[in-house]
Design a binder for this molecule. Structure first.
Ligand code: BTN
Length: 297
């Protein structure tokens, strides 16, 4: 979800680790895709670092990566935690030239799609092992057939009238995180690339590199007004399942029949067959509660 930030925090000063990838070039000859990339050993959160850079005039695309966050931020004001070195924790700063505010969610979706492809590649997973849980969580099937979270995305934008002026999009990927270190309360609903690849160590720098490789053409396309609607729609693992959605209008339990790539909405049908569209901004929780042919638990 992209949220408007009313107040911007300042990021801490200096990077504590050398940048993993000092040079990258935009497809347009001569302009770097990544204008600034810094890597930190431990910070409260990479989000305010990028917000501080953007507010100070740093051009897009700015990337901050941390080995550890002491006050990591999730969606809807939740905390985001991971042991040091277990996750790829990155925030990216954008100045999209002409992105309507109503399409700000496409930035988060674009980052997520780029990461999904990169993660399957770097972890050596079969195509389709990973999917999206609407709107942009990266998930995999658990042994019980229900979805387990591998990565989450947090978007925070500042708007100028009806356009996105700047946006900070953060992604946290459970990369090299062994199952024995999963927190007990999250273990049933999460997994990591390491576990999905049968316990193989996951190189977070290689994942970062693979992500930026895939992000560049996807973001260039978005700048030209093209969004991968097909990829975003077909990757949705919610589609065809019964979902429970909590939002402004209370709880809705219905079948997810698809997503709307124009608005970013989740499309549901109730038992009466009526079609209902749920906007990302209205939702506090979306959970798959039953697979086809199975009863909700
Ligand atoms: C979610 O709730 O699913 C979104 C989690 C986003 C976490 C990432 S980790 C890097 C960046 N810094 C933060 O504090 N949060 C995001």
């Amino acid at each position: 979800m992209i949220m408007v930030m009313s107040r911007f925090e300042q990021g801490p000063g200096r990077p504590t680790l050398p940048p993993p990838h000092p040079r990258r070039y935009r497809l347009v000859v001569g302009t770097p895709f990544v204008s600034r990339l810094e890597r930190f050993a431990s910070v409260p959160s990479t989000q305010p670092i990028i917000r501080g850079w953007l507010d100070a005039g740093t051009p897009e695309v700015a990337i901050a990566v941390a080995d550890e966050q002491t006050a990591g931020r999730g969606r809807l004001g939740r905390a985001w935690t991971a042991p040091a070195g277990a996750a790829l924790l990155a925030s990216a700063g954008f100045r999209p030239a002409d992105l309507p505010a109503g399409q700000a969610w496409r930035l988060a979706a674009t980052l997520s799609l780029a990461m999904l492809d990169a993660a399957e590649d770097v972890a050596g997973l079969r195509d389709g092992t990973l999917g999206l849980k609407w709107p942009n969580d990266i998930v995999a099937d658990g042994p019980d057939g229900l979805l387990r979270k591998v990565a989450g995305v947090l978007g925070e934008a500042s708007l100028d009238d009806d356009r996105v002026r700047t946006a900070v999009v953060g992604i946290g990927v459970n990369a090299d995180w062994p199952a024995e270190l999963f927190p007990a309360d999250l273990a049933p609903s999460m997994t990591s690339l390491r576990e999905l690849s049968g316990g193989r160590p996951i190189d977070r720098d290689a994942l970062l590199d693979a992500w930026l490789d895939r992000l560049e053409p996807r973001y260039e396309a978005l700048r030209l007004g093209r969004f991968d609607a097909g990829g975003w729609s077909t990757r949705q693992r919610t589609t065809g399942h019964t979902v429970e959605v909590d939002g402004a209008q209370g709880r809705v339990t219905a079948e997810a029949v698809g997503v709307d790539p124009e608005t970013g909405a989740l499309v549901l049908t109730g038992q009466d067959g009526a079609v209902r569209r749920i906007d990302t901004g209205d939702v506090t929780r979306c959970r798959v509660v039953a697979l086809p042919g199975r009863l909700p638990r």
